[in-house]
Design a binder for this molecule. Structure first.
Ligand SMILES: O=C[C@H](O)COP(=O)(O)O
Length: 255
């Protein structure tokens, strides 16, 4: 397994921080975080705040931006949706796909995550594919099986030449926004399952090409321990990414 992958510290603002709050966030956050080799900071602001975020991070190539969702079609009558090319035109480099709130609140299917991942890759952006089990699935000892079920069809549709642009985020649904975090050992075990699945599909060495992030109640207090686990390349942070000082502490916890 490669141990030199770039650390990724990602903040998903979900439906928080409009344009003026986004500008205030970056005015406070950026002076707290020096650019550092081997570390990439990513934000997923709401679409209406994207332009404000982009303006705020000009001159900071260590900070990249993504969108929280896209439609797989190139354009057309899809009220409320964004296409990949529109996101790219706005300056997005990454796209969240299959976030648990898309799957469990908005009914996004595995087939839709496949279409979105393919559209994102074909459009030249990098997908951050989110996978994770519910508490009932974990209690039924199906955590690993569920993650493999979510990953398999997507990986089957991603050609190996695009593999190095894929990012995977393991986010147990029961840990998201609950204050309950997976134990570092559980996170490490699930990350290992993700990497095994990558190697089963693409062959030996594939797992080293794909950063795998942990998400679910990551806070300044637990970020360093989670990121010290084997196979945990970074974090995808919701609530704690809304506070400039708190998220800066998480970024610094990456070393
Ligand atoms: O995308 C981020 C995850 O849903 C984690 O959210 P959280 O840090 O608020 O638990």
């Amino acid at each position: 397994m490669t141990v030199t992958r770039t650390r990724i510290l990602a903040g998903n603002w979900k439906m928080n921080h409009g344009p003026s709050q986004a500008a205030r966030f970056f005015a406070d956050f950026l002076p707290l975080v020096e650019p550092a080799d081997g570390r990439s900071v990513v934000f997923f602001p709401p679409a209406v705040s994207f332009a404000a975020a982009r303006e705020a991070v000009q001159g900071r190539p260590d900070v990249r931006l993504g969108v929280q969702n896209v439609h797989w079609e190139a354009g057309g009558a899809f009220t409320g949706e964004l296409s990949v090319s529109m996101a790219a035109d706005a300056g997005a480099e990454l796209v969240l796909v299959g976030h648990s709130e898309r799957r469990h609140v908005f009914g996004e299917t595995i087939d839709e995550t496949v279409r979105k991942t393919v559209a994102v890759l074909e459009g030249g952006l990098d997908p951050v594919l989110c996978v994770g089990e519910t508490i009932d699935e974990r209690r039924a000892d199906r955590a690993e099986a569920v993650v493999v079920e979510q990953l398999g069809p997507v990986l089957a549709a991603v050609p190996v030449e695009h593999l190095a642009r894929l990012v995977i985020a393991y986010e147990p649904v029961w840990a998201i926004g609950t204050g309950v975090t997976a134990t570092p050992a559980d996170a490490a075990a699930m990350h290992a399952a993700v990497r095994r699945t990558l190697e089963e599909v693409y062959g030996a060495g594939a797992a080293g090409q794909v950063p795998v992030l942990y998400g679910g109640s990551v806070k300044p207090e637990n970020a360093a321990e989670l990121m010290s686990q084997p196979g945990v390349d970074g974090v995808l942070v919701g609530g704690a990414s809304l506070d400039p000082a708190g998220f800066a502490a998480i970024v610094r916890a990456a070393g």
